[in-house]
Design a protein around this ligand. Structure first.
Ligand SMILES: NC(=O)C1=CN([C@@H]2O[C@H](COP(=O)(O)OP(=O)(O)OC[C@H]3O[C@@H](n4cnc5c(N)ncnc54)[C@H](OP(=O)(O)O)[C@@H]3O)[C@@H](O)[C@H]2O)C=CC1
Ligand SMILES: O=C(O)C1=N[C@H](C(=O)O)C[C@H](O)C1
Length: 267
């Protein structure tokens, strides 16, 4: 039986993870953890009324260990993720990480931790985006060199990191296929200098509005034609189901850093 400990359980993704776990056989929610300062501690997940015996209630992050969880999932913010990762390493528990907005140093922390526990890290847990990462590499290598490459992403008004983790993953996949150093070619802002578009750069643009779940387009454009590769997520359950799938796949795997391509057997 997979017993999943969910961090950030009251977040948009946390609640979607609770729902996804309930839809999967042989899967229990061992703990739905919130911060120790949360007013939701010891309330029912389903309706935030006072906790009742044998019902799923929000618990303390520290209680995740006592809950008997055998795999952990984190979709929070970078600071929280790093604390949860320490807990996972100290308890020798595998962990699935979906948190975005991470710095190079944060990624180094994940890589170090992966020497001690198995970790799946993905900036997008949908099957479609996992495939998109392959498709953009094909486009980047097969299309002529003079293509303009741009990435556009749109998300809900509450998303705080930009560009999205997925947009950056798409850009990094393209840069890898082109043999470019991503940080050298990424262009986030066109305002400071008046300069024409270079064909050796990857431009990013971002939209934040309403309740958009997550949309990404990679553009490959030249004179007379344009290829657009687009993914649109319409439900957070897509990401959550992918993360639960990853958690079930991860148990009993050797220590190391895995991604969604490993989980889906696409490598
Ligand atoms: N990889 C993927 O497929 C996807 C990744 N994401 C990423 O997941 C993350 C969460 O997104 P979303 O659910 O929309 O965000 P929310 O703001 O809805 O939820 C974030 C949760 O994390 C908790 N949290 C924040 N900071 C800390 C901390 N320092 N310690 C402990 N808990 C903390 C919050 O607790 P509190 O309620 O107390 O503030 C909240 O429950 C983002 O980075 C987002 O980009 C999102 C969707 C898909
Ligand atoms: O914050 C979100 O909502 C999402 N974040 C991820 C990202 O940064 O790419 C994945 C998805 O697009 C939704």
């Amino acid at each position: 039986m997979d017993k999943i400990g969910i961090f950030g359980a009251n977040g948009r993704m946390g609640l979607a993870l609770v729902e996804a776990c309930m839809q999967v056989n042989e899967t229990q929610i061992a703990a739905a953890a919130v911060r120790s300062s949360s007013p939701l501690l010891s309330t029912l997940v389903v309706n935030k009324q006072p906790c009742a015996p044998k019902k799923l209630c929000f618990s303390n992050e520290e209680d995740v260990v006592a809950s008997g969880a055998n795999v952990l999932i984190d979709f929070t913010l970078p600071e929280g993720m790093k604390r949860h990762l320490q807990l996972a390493v100290s308890q020798n528990l595998p962990m699935v990480i979906g948190t975005t907005g991470l710095t190079t140093d944060d990624m180094e922390v994940i890589q170090q931790a992966a020497q001690h526990i198995p970790i799946v890290f993905a900036r997008n847990f949908s099957v479609g985006v996992t495939l998109l990462l392959d498709l953009v590499q094909t486009a980047a290598t097969k299309l002529a060199d003079e293509m303009d490459i741009e990435i556009f992403e749109a998300h809900h008004r509450n998303k705080i990191d930009a560009p999205s983790g997925t947009a950056l993953a798409i850009g990094e996949a393209i840069a890898e296929a082109k043999g470019w150093e991503h940080d050298d070619v990424a262009r986030y802002d066109r305002t400071p200098v008046e300069q024409a578009k270079s064909q050796n750069e990857i431009g990013y643009s971002v939209l934040r509005a309403g309740d958009i779940v997550g949309e990404h387009t990679a553009y490959f454009a030249t004179m007379g034609e344009r290829l657009e590769l687009t993914h649109k997520a319409t439900s957070r359950l897509t990401f959550a189901s992918g993360a639960v799938r990853a958690a079930k796949w991860l148990r009993n795997k050797p220590n190391g850093l895995y991604d969604m391509r490993d989980v889906l057997g696409l490598k």
